[in-house]
Design a binder for this molecule. Sequence first.
Ligand code: CA
Length: 229
Amino acid sequence: MHVLVVEDDPGIATPLVGVLERAGFSASHVATGREALAADPGDLVLLDLGLPDMDGVDVCRRLRERSAVPIIVVTARGDEVDRVVGLEVGADDYVVKPFGKRELVARIRAVLRRTGGAASTPDEHDETADRTVVGSLVVDRRAHRVLVADAEVALTPTEFDLLELLARDPGAVVRRSEILDEVWDGEWYGPTRTIDVHVAALRRKLGDAGWIETVRGVGFRLAAVTDGP
Ligand code: CA
């Protein structure tokens, strides 16, 4: 699966290509609308709408005229009009800057599934990467769902990312710094208390505080909650 990244800011494009490659995609990068229209779109186009040479919406429309390639538009925060117009001219989904890398990869996989590229998405054949089962807790990455005792638990995207990170290695401590880096993309510069707030919300939603153990001064780990006394 090849992703074409259209983004004029190298400070965003370079790490983005790295994120995509670590997620199992191949990725190439162009910085202008003109280059985007000349490039091979690959299997999916990630299109920043704020481009230096052309209106990103026009780039989207022209890509769509010539190809059925899935397109995810990237818009600045709160730019509601861009989002709506992007979808109207044929984009399949949008992400809003600043976005988390896990959210982005999840969106890309979802769009590829929806548009029929599912058979060859990188994690498709890797059951263990798709699901983690710890006791009665199931973290389903493909479906972006969490179940406890077969009942779905509604989580916010941040809560899901946090739980998904802990579920990658149940029982292992995940450091606070790693959580900030993975879930908040290292973009959080305030007090790390924000982690505690989200952990508290997760524990509440999972129905038992025991699912997430605090390792004082270090971080958190996912633990199996056993039923009964
Ligand atoms: Ca831009």
